[in-house]
Design a protein around this ligand. Structure first.
Ligand SMILES: [Zn+2]
Ligand SMILES: [Zn+2]
Length: 310
């Protein structure tokens, strides 16, 4: 039986979106209008302005035709964060429409000033967000100083960041799905999300999601939650499926294309001379719980699919 990853269903759309963005509404350097204009100029279809602890639903550049996904970033620090360590659970919340239960409103402020002892103490805060008609993903786990064992009991996230442009450019962290295979290997259905988390113009529009959805808030959220998207810093992925005991990925010309797993070396098809790989195949061994496709282009830019469970 053929299993096609849902981002690549027949007739799939590929809306380009930014899900983690900062502006002068919190600690970003540039105005919401100028940031949105930059994203529009780079061909984005939707943007979530996720400034720290202040909710956004507004399009500050309405003539751009960008869809604004409601959103906010919440910061839940652990006690040792107060002693100059970075040890935190930053969480992006994205909102459905009010008709689908979003109870947060534009400019709503979130005043959680305390600390959380560990991941268990975050759960009631996540439950509250989910109860208010919002979905969540975990941000930049490497930058946050949290290996998988510090967040692997959390419930209700639809995904986690696997690329974060700000952390990548400034810290060389959160560049390639750190800890994701550990989470997937536990059977958790978290999807992998590339974001910018840009605070300055040079950090915006470098990592995005390509979503198979119509251009409405609820359609985009539903597709994100169901995993009908892939993440990219440049390469395009056109297909990822399993058929007759083998996996196939199809992509724009790349240095390599192939597959990643839990507890197993990746399987890659290379073209080191011409970076012209546009397809890779893999014979699936018995007992593999899932696989996901990965590619990297001649400029070193990656793209990642969500997994197919076997
Ligand atoms: Zn953050
Ligand atoms: Zn951020």
């Amino acid at each position: 039986m053929k299993i096609v990853q849902s981002a690549f269903a027949p007739g799939a759309k590929t809306l380009k979106g930014a899900l983690h963005v900062h502006t002068t509404r919190s600690d970003g350097a540039d105005s919401p209008e100028s940031v949105l204009r930059l994203y529009a100029s780079k061909g984005y279809d939707f943007v979530a302005l996720t400034d720290h602890n202040v909710y956004n639903t507004k399009n500050f550049a309405p003539d751009t035709n960008l869809l604004i996904i409601p959103g906010v970033e919440r910061d839940f620090d652990m006690p040792d964060s107060k002693n100059s360590l970075v040890h935190t659970f930053h969480t992006v919340a994205l909102g459905r429409s009010p008709e689908r239960g979003n109870r947060y409103v534009h400019d709503q402020r979130f005043s959680f000033k305390g600390t959380v002892a560990d991941q268990r103490a975050v759960q009631p805060l996540l439950d509250e967000i989910h109860g208010a008609g919002n979905v969540t993903f975990l941000c930049h786990p490497e930058w946050s100083g949290t290996p998988a064992r510090e967040f692997d009991q959390m419930q209700g996230h639809f995904g986690m960041e696997i690329w974060n442009s700000g952390c990548a450019l400034d810290n060389d962290q959160d560049t390639n799905a750190a800890y994701w295979d550990e989470i997937l290997g536990l059977g958790k259905g978290w999807h992998g999300i590339a974001v910018d988390d840009g605070h300055t113009m040079r950090q915006h529009a470098l990592g995005w999601v390509a979503v198979n959805a119509d251009k409405t808030i609820d359609a985009v959220i539903d597709a994100l939650v169901s995993g009908a998207f892939y993440s990219s810093c440049g390469p395009e992925i056109y297909g990822f499926y399993v058929d007759d005991g083998k996996a196939v990925v199809e992509c724009s010309p790349c240095l390599f294309a192939g597959f990643a797993f839990a507890r197993k070396p990746s399987s890659l098809t290379w073209d080191r001379e011409n970076a012209g790989v546009t397809r890779a195949e893999f014979a699936i061994p018995e007992g593999l719980p899932y696989l996901r496709a990965i590619v990297k282009d001649a400029q070193g830019r990656r793209a990642w699919t969500n997994p197919i469970r076997l």
